[in-house]
Ligand binder design. Structure first.
Ligand code: BYC
Length: 497
C-alpha cells in the first residue's frame, strides 16, 4: 500500500471512526510529538476532515485527481527538510513543523525584554495573541481561494506545478496557525480554527479579514505579482512574528519563512520570464519603442507599460496590508513582546523598547507631502512597510537588469508610498506614482494610465490560453532557467488525469 493510500484511508478513518488505530506521524509529518499528544490528536481529528472538505470545495478547481510533482516538508533539517515526488493534492501530507528550539531564548523586545521566552500563552496577552494568529491564519486559505481557477489557464506544466506547490504550502501554513490555536487556546482556539474554514475570499457576508485577500486573482500575471508583492508581506509579517516572545509562534513562523521564500521566487521569476518573452519578441520584430503598445501586443506578449500598471496595483494594494502607519494595536503588540520589528534581535544601537525613539512618517500636510517625526512605538506599521518597500526593490532591480540587457529602453519603478492607498496616512488622498498630491479631477483624468484598465485586463485575459504539453510554454512567458529540483526541460510536472 502506498503512503498516499494509507493517507486517504486514515483521512476516512479519522472522519468515520475515531477508534481506528492511526499512525499520526505517517499521516501528518510533525515534530510536535503528535503521536503522544492525545488532546492535540482529538482536536485535529475534529478539524482535519473539515479542512479536507474545504480543500475539495474551495481549493484548486480540477486537477485534484492529477499527479503533481510536489515537495513535501517532512522535517526541519536545513539540509533535507523536503521530499519531492508525485502526489495527488488531496493526499498531500500537510504537516506541523516548528523550527528547532533555541535553548534559553529570551524575549528580545518590549517591556518583558530579557525575560525567558514564554512556552505557554501569557494570560495577560491572550486576546491580542489569538487575534494576530487568526489574522495570519486567515490569509493562508484566502490565497488558495483566490487562485483556485488558475490551473485551467496555466502557461505550462512547470507553472501549473508551481501554482499547486504554493497552494498546498499555503494550506500547510494554515495548519501551522491551526496547530497554535488548538494546542494553546482551548475551546476558543478550536472555534477560531473552524471559522478559518468558513470565511471566504470575496464573499459578501463572511469575507476574509484583510482587504487584499478579497481581491480576485483572475490571471497568471496577477498571480505572479501577488506572489512577488503579497507573499512578501507574508515574509515581513512572519519575520516580525518570528521575533515573538511566545516561543511556539516564533518557531512556527521561522519554519514557515523557509517555504515563503519559494513563493516569492515563483513571483519574481514569473514576472522576469514575462519580461524576457516580451523583450525577446520586441528585439526579434525590430520594435524599439516599448510604448508602441499596439505593435507589441500583436506579438502575443505583455507590453512593459502594462506590467508597470500591474506592479502599481499590486504594490499599492499590498501596502494596505500593513495597517495604519500610526497604530496603537502595533504599539501594544510590541510592548507586550508579541510582535517585533523586521530583524528585531539583530537591530544594533537600539534599546528594543522604543520608549524615547522617533521614526519619520510620510504624510500629506497642508496639501504637500511631508515627513514628520512620530514616536517610534506608534509608527511600527510605517516602519515595517518601509522595510517591505526596500525588500521589493531588489527584485525590481533584477527585472530592470533583464530589460537593460535586452537593449530595451524601459525602467520599472515602485510607485510613491501614497499612491492608490485605502489604509493609513494616505487613505482618501490622491497621490500620483511620482508622489504629487492631486485633486480628484486630476486623479480621474490620469489614473487609467497608472492602474490596469479594462482594455489591459481584456488583453491579459486573451493571452491566458493553456499550454499543457511537457516542455512547452505560452507565447507570453519564457521557459525557466532551471527546472524544479533540477528536472530536465521536458519533465512532466503534472500528469493530468
Ligand atoms: N484590511 O491599527 P491598525 C501572508 C484592521 S500576508 C482590512 O490599522 P494593526 C500571506 C485591523 O485588523 C501577512 N482590515 O492595524 C501572503 C484592525 O482591526 P481590529 C498576514 C484591516 O492592527 C500571501 C483595524 O483595522 N499576516 O501571510 O496594527 C499569501 C485597525 O488596525 C487592514 C499579518 O498580517 C486591511 N488591509 O495591523 C498567503 C500578521 N489593515 O483588530 C499569506 C498579523 C488593518 O481593530 N496581523 N485592518 O478589529 C497583524 O499584524 C495586524 O493585524 C495587521 C494590522 C498588520 C494586519
Amino acid at each position: 500500500m502506498s503512503a498516499e493510500d494509507t493517507l486517504s484511508d486514515s483521512a476516512g478513518a479519522m472522519a468515520a471512526d475515531r477508534f481506528v488505530e492511526i499512525n499520526y506521524d505517517d499521516v501528518i509529518p510533525n515534530n510536535v510529538a503528535l503521536s503522544s499528544d492525545k488532546q492535540l490528536q482529538r482536536a485535529l481529528e475534529g478539524w482535519r476532515p473539515n479542512y479536507l472538505g474545504w480543500w475539495n470545495n474551495m481549493g484548486p478547481v480540477g486537477y485534484q485527481a492529477s499527479q503533481v510533482y510536489l515537495r513535501t516538508a517532512v522535517g526541519v533539517d536545513p539540509a533535507g527538510w523536503a521530499k519531492f515526488g508525485y502526489v495527488k493534492m488531496p493526499a498531500y501530507r500537510w504537516g506541523i513543523l516548528l523550527a528547532p528550539k533555541i535553548e534559553a531564548r529570551t524575549i528580545p523586545f518590549g517591556r518583558h525584554k530579557g525575560e525567558p521566552a514564554w512556552q505557554d500563552v501569557p494570560g495577560e496577552h491572550r486576546a491580542l495573541l489569538r487575534r494576530l494568529i487568526v489574522v495570519q491564519g486567515d490569509t493562508e486559505p484566502a490565497s488558495v481561494e483566490q487562485q483556485r481557477f488558475l490551473g485551467a489557464t496555466a502557461p505550462s506544466l512547470y507553472d501549473m506545478r508551481n501554482l499547486f506547490q504554493v497552494n498546498v504550502e499555503e494550506g500547510r501554513h494554515l495548519w501551522a496557525m491551526v496547530y497554535l490555536l488548538v494546542k494553546y487556546f482551548g475551546k476558543d482556539g478550536r472555534e477560531e480554527a473552524q471559522a478559518l474554514l468558513e470565511r471566504q475570499s470575496g464573499q459578501m457576508d463572511n469575507p476574509r479579514i484583510l482587504g487584499a485577500f478579497n481581491e480576485r486573482t483572475p490571471d497568471w500575471l496577477s498571480f505572479f505579482m501577488f506572489t512577488f508583492f503579497t507573499d512578501r508581506d507574508g515574509k515581513m509579517q512572519l519575520a516580525a512574528l518570528a521575533e515573538s516572545g511566545f516561543d511556539p509562534l516564533s518557531r512556527t513562523c521561522r519554519f514557515m519563512l523557509t517555504e515563503e521564500a519559494h513563493h516569492m521566487f515563483v513571483g519574481e521569476t514569473g514576472v522576469q520570464r514575462t519580461i524576457d518573452a516580451t523583450c525577446a519578441a520586441m528585439v526579434k520584430a525590430g520594435i524599439k519603442d516599448p510604448h508602441d503598445v499596439e505593435a507589441v501586443r500583436k506579438l502575443d506578449v505583455v507590453d512593459l507599460p502594462l506590467l508597470q500598471r500591474k506592479l502599481n496595483f499590486h504594490a499599492s494594494v499590498t501596502r494596505d496590508l500593513f495597517g495604519a502607519d500610526i497604530s496603537s494595536n502595533a504599539a501594544d503588540a510590541f510592548s507586550s513582546g508579541i510582535k517585533g520589528r523586521f530583524n528585531e534581535a539583530n537591530l544594533k544601537g537600539d534599546d528594543h523598547q522604543l520608549q524615547d525613539a522617533t521614526y519619520p512618517v510620510t504624510r500629506v500636510v497642508d496639501g504637500k507631502i511631508a515627513v514628520e517625526q512620530e514616536p517610534a512605538l506608534r509608527a511600527l506599521n510605517a516602519r515595517l512597510l518601509d522595510d517591505f518597500i526596500a525588500d521589493c526593490q531588489g527584485g525590481i532591480d533584477r527585472w530592470n537588469k533583464a530589460v537593460e540587457k535586452a537593449g530595451v529602453a524601459f525602467r520599472f519603478v515602485q510607485p510613491h508610498k501614497g499612491f492608490n492607498r485605502r489604509i493609513g496616512e494616505f487613505a482618501g488622498k490622491r497621490i500620483s506614482p511620482a508622489g504629487e498630491v492631486l485633486t480628484e479631477d486630476e486623479w480621474k483624468a490620469k489614473s487609467g494610465d497608472w492602474l490596469p484598465n479594462d482594455d489591459d485586463m481584456q488583453f491579459i485575459s486573451s493571452l491566458m490560453k493553456p499550454c499543457h504539453e511537457p516542455g512547452k510554454y505560452a507565447s507570453w512567458i519564457a521557459p525557466p532557467r532551471v527546472g524544479v529540483n533540477n528536472q530536465p526541460g521536458d519533465f512532466e510536472y503534472v500528469k493530468i488525469a
